[in-house]
Design a binder for this molecule. Sequence first.
Ligand SMILES: [Zn+2]
Length: 560
Amino acid sequence: MSITVYPARKIITMNAMQPEASHVAVRDGRVLSVGSLDDAAAWGTYTLDETFKDKVLMPGLIEGHCHLKEGSMWDMHYLGWFDRRDPQGKVWSGLRSMDAVVARLAEVEAQMRADGKPADEPMIAWGFDPIYFGGERMTVDHLDRASTGTNTKRPIVIAHANGHLMNVNSAMLKLAGITRDNEVEGVVKFAADAGANAGEPTGELQEPAAMFLVVRKVGDAGLLAPMTVEGIRSFARLACMQGVTTATDLVNKLTDADCAVLETALGDDAVGIRILPAFQAFHGTHGAALGAEHVKALIPRNTDKLRYGLVKMMLDGSIQGFSARLRWPGHFNGAPNGIWVMAPAQYEADFETYHRAGLLIHTHTNADEASEAAIDAVERVLTRAPRPDHRHTLQHGQMIDAPMFRRMASLGLCANLFANHLWYWGDQHYEMTMGPDRANRLDACGSALAAGVPLAIHSDAPVTPLGPLFTAWCAVNRLTPKGRVLGAAERISVPQALRAITLGAAYTLKLDGEVGSIECGKRADFCVLEDDPLSMDPMALKDVRVWGTVLSGRVFPAHA
Ligand SMILES: [Zn+2]
């Protein structure tokens, strides 16, 4: 097979044996040699490809917690606080008040009517987060204003940015049959002093059980619509623009249809991404034993670009949605404690089933009571059923403190921390959810590394935008939009952060022997940069320009 040698301005290998190099030789989609031109030439006849001679190469970036939905959210209407770029490059400006949100919905209503859409076709929007509006919650009163006098039949569904909550209008409540008598946990009701509204549902629905009442009626209309081949193509384009070559889809039901879509999309050589879909092992799945058998039966279908075998579990909700489970003293603003998405005892039983089946389990735990419950459960399971090198991982783990990190290290648990929160919700955690003291330990990367916990960091896209170099910037600087530095002592260095978005993430996915560094034998997966992240001001890390990617030796320019 032919050898291609790529000279580069600099190659950051993430391999301690040889941290930097000037040439990389590729054969059969793998790295054959890293070093000088002479090192490469020693392998025999080669073709010199100078595409990257002015570029900086590093290992293809790895997003250990995101969702393929990042590629198809833009089929719905964006209502976020921050400006955000869609896959076509259009920047949608952020909405800075409840009135601005209602106004955009009214525009969408007018557009839907102009387009001749049926009056009862659902309107679905995403990215909303009322925490930025100083505590005012959205209710049916806001949403019914979006369609007053024009159309009162259209169901409106607003997904919050965190994915854990939604708001619906009166028409949607009616369609879903949600009334004051509904007993499902997470169906929020107006307080007793709310006059005529007292005891009626507000339209806010928290966590999967409550949201399912709505999703089962409109699921195919967008929010939880099944992933499509086109959606995965769009995700792959976004990933390429961010230098990502390996990503998770961290909640997937893995039905026959889901698997067919994944296998069709990733079987196409033009789709330049490696995906690890994680089986949804919580609400809506039927029994851990069946789930484990299902995932194990899929593993023989793995390819270079599609890897089954991950399992996603979930304990609590979202901190900024006030649905996460906190230890004493609870929320800084006095809000009640959050929701167990899965009861800890059930979690432990199901975790043991998947663990005994030999599968790799990633568990969502946002606040500290949930993380502690997971650590307690894992400790008991590992005592009953020891398994070397399991690499089970806590996802988000935003309020884990040093004692918990030390327990995690001794149990072999990995942490994938949600560093993007430091920017996107850092001020809200300081002012409302955690208060000025505990906000300092939000996504405590420094403590995780000090305790020896294998560390990755993530975006949870589409909760926040996909972009590991931005995520690394968050972990390095810990800066908030209002200029606070949350817990300066928890900052990590640029090399540590670059490791967390390459080898660190690969380790949590059991792929570190295959990707995550540029060294002989590994997949030829590169992130191609215009700038050198190691020789820049750490505050500029988020501005590093990405040229594109290489996946298993195949070149993908981001702006072809
Ligand atoms: Zn997620």
